[in-house]
Write a protein that binds this ligand. Structure first.
Ligand SMILES: C[S@@+](CC[C@H](N)C(=O)[O-])C[C@H]1O[C@@H](n2cnc3c(N)ncnc32)[C@H](O)[C@@H]1O
Length: 302
């Protein structure tokens, strides 16, 4: 297996992602419920009347909360396995098997600018944003030479995503918090392979927020950004170790076969193991909600 195939295998091998994913709770609610609450706050109870696209849909975990709102539903993911899974679950949805960058370009090319009430990307936008800064080849991860150009392209990509929004529509994105102890450990481990561009692993989230903030400043919409503290829960240490090795480290042999790496993971998990044997890891989520509405006039009392 090449490094590229290896890196993507967690999303390409049937059942692996769902089996290893740890539930994440925020004030007693799962991430799925945070999304549902936001959509309900924006659009009311589901009436099956929205046009919805979800990028990086995975196995359709969050889709389950979006689908009741949708009259037209488009699900996109680069993984054949993920797309095959959601096709079975949502036979009426249109699916696009493509990198998010290509899926966005495809929809714009079809004249779909301004047509989506809801554009969602849950735990999935850091990948296409990161791909502007590094490419994966059979020889490993290669940083691009022109970082300024990568940044411009990434910002243009975020603008393109928002061009899909209908007036009044929302872009909702969930982003991992790179500053939690868990993610700081993941960063340290990956940096054994290659450094992260710009200011570290937060750079993709910062790029998204910068691009959305620029759009707000130019009157194209309003950005609400929140960060919530949460907990990732594992039934036992083995499940927590699998979460690290399979999902965080993508079963990358140079990392998962390294005794030092495994020792660090084990130490970390021991620290959060409860007397019951469960493991509760401090976690966090950044929620970006961009509302395509003329700014700032919509703040005025009606
Ligand atoms: C962490 S999973 C999240 C899946 C789903 N949104 C959820 O919350 O369960 C990331 C998903 O993004 C997909 N993905 C990763 N990079 C991608 C890219 N560049 N283009 C499209 N999909 C991508 C993966 O195949 C995977 O399904």
């Amino acid at each position: 297996m090449t490094d590229v195939e290896q890196f993507r295998s967690v999303y390409e091998t049937g059942g692996v992602y769902d089996r290893c994913l740890l539930p994440h709770y925020y004030d007693g609610r799962e991430d799925l419920d945070l999304v549902r609450e936001l959509v309900t706050a924006h659009h009311g109870e589901p009436a099956g009347n929205l046009t919805v696209v979800e990028f990086g849909c995975g196995t359709g975990r969050v889709t389950a909360r979006l689908a009741p709102y949708a009259r037209h539903l488009i699900l996109a993911d680069y993984s054949t396995t993920m797309i095959d899974t959601v096709r079975v679950q949502y036979p009426l949805a249109r699916t696009i098997r493509a990198d998010t960058r290509d899926a966005v370009a495809q929809l714009l090319g079809e004249g779909r600018a301004g047509s989506f009430d809801l554009v969602g990307a849950f735990w999935s936008l850091s990948y296409p944003l990161g791909e502007f800064f590094e490419t994966m080849t059979a020889d490993g991860i290669q940083p691009v030479s022109d970082v300024a150009a990568a940044r411009r392209q990434a910002i243009a990509f975020v603008r393109d995503i928002t061009r899909l929004l209908a007036p009044g529509g929302h872009l909702l994105a969930l982003f991992f918090d790179s500053d939690t102890p868990e993610q700081r450990l993941v960063t340290r481990l990956w940096e054994r392979i290659a450094p992260f561009p710009e200011e570290g692993r937060s750079y993709t989230r910062n790029l998204l927020l910068t691009a959305l903030r620029q759009l707000e400043d130019s009157g194209h919409g309003a950005l609400t950004h929140t960060r919530r503290s949460g907990t990732a829960w594992a039934p036992n240490a083995e499940a927590a170790i699998a979460w690290f090795n399979v999902v965080h480290l993508k079963s990358f042999p140079a990392l998962v076969n390294d005794a030092g790496v495994q020792h660090e993971i084990r130490d970390f998990i021991d620290h959060y193991e409860q007397p019951s044997g469960e493991v509760t890891l401090p976690s966090g989520v950044h929620v970006a909600d961009f509302h395509a509405i003329p700014h700032p006039s919509h703040h005025l009392p009606r």
